[in-house]
Design a protein around this ligand. Structure first.
Ligand code: UP5
Ligand code: MG
Length: 190
């Protein structure tokens, strides 16, 4: 994969597929504690530290590996009463997945929102008009797609044989996609 793949209609998932949108709806209907790996990174950037500046640059290139520590800290900081965590935008590569399950906690389900790059690009360009996110511009979006294809997509093959993977078609309206998201959480609480 490279930046040219952003023009193809190949189904992948990734940036702009609607993870944040679906997570926001899921936590309204469940008691999961929502953590977004990207939001944790952006919070670090917003602190204006030297590390933050470095992260900002790395995020624009598409991937960094320190999220595991940020996630662990955020999970430890959550109230003890939370019944479970909903982690958005993670894991981005197989090694992160392996390390998370070995050193933090095994996960119950992995949700994969399937969408073409054409649709994701349209959504992100539109979001960029108001989001203020420094990575919502066409050049950076294409880098994010390329990194996603190279590093993150293999995570799907890693989880496929475990029976934890749930694929959801994300190219439909928000509420239709949510009907499928909801089923996963309803089944988990049965
Ligand atoms: N929208 C959503 N659903 C829609 C629908 N069904 N129909 C029509 N429109 C829909 O949605 C994107 C836009 O589309 C919104 O305007 C929404 O209204 C609309 P959103 O829910 O925001 O999509 P999401 O998948 O959350 O997109 P996001 O851009 O947040 O995904 P990324 O994966 O790029 O971003 P994330 O914040 O997860 O990560 C940012 C960066 O951090 C990564 O690029 C990476 O560099 C880095 N990172 C790591 O390095 N390691 C990690 O472990 C995690 C992140
Ligand atoms: Mg998001």
């Amino acid at each position: 994969g490279n930046a040219a793949t952003a023009k193809s209609d190949k189904k992948t998932s990734g940036p702009g597929t609607g993870k944040g949108t679906q997570c926001a709806k899921i936590v309204q209907d469940s008691h999961f504690h929502h953590l977004s790996a990207g939001d944790l990174l952006r919070a670090e950037v917003a602190k204006g530290t030297e590390l933050g500046a470095k992260l900002d640059k790395m995020m624009k290139d598409g991937l960094i590996e320190i999220t595991l520590g940020l996630l662990k800290d955020a999970m430890l900081a959550a109230p003890e009463s939370v019944p479970g965590f909903l982690i958005d935008g993670f894991p981005r590569e197989i090694d992160q997945a392996v390390q998370f399950e070995q050193n933090i906690a095994p996960c119950d389900k992995v949700l994969f929102y399937d969408c073409s790059e054409k649709v994701m690009l349209e959504r992100l360009i539109k979001r960029g008009e108001t989001s203020g996110r420094s990575d919502d511009n066409e050049e950076t979006i294409k880098k994010r797609f390329a990194t996603f294809l190279a590093k993150s997509l293999p995570v799907i093959n890693h989880f496929e044989p475990t029976g934890k993977l749930v694929k959801i078609s994300a190219e439909r309206g928000v509420d239709e996609v949510y009907e499928d998201s909801k089923k996963v959480f309803q089944e988990m609480s049965e």
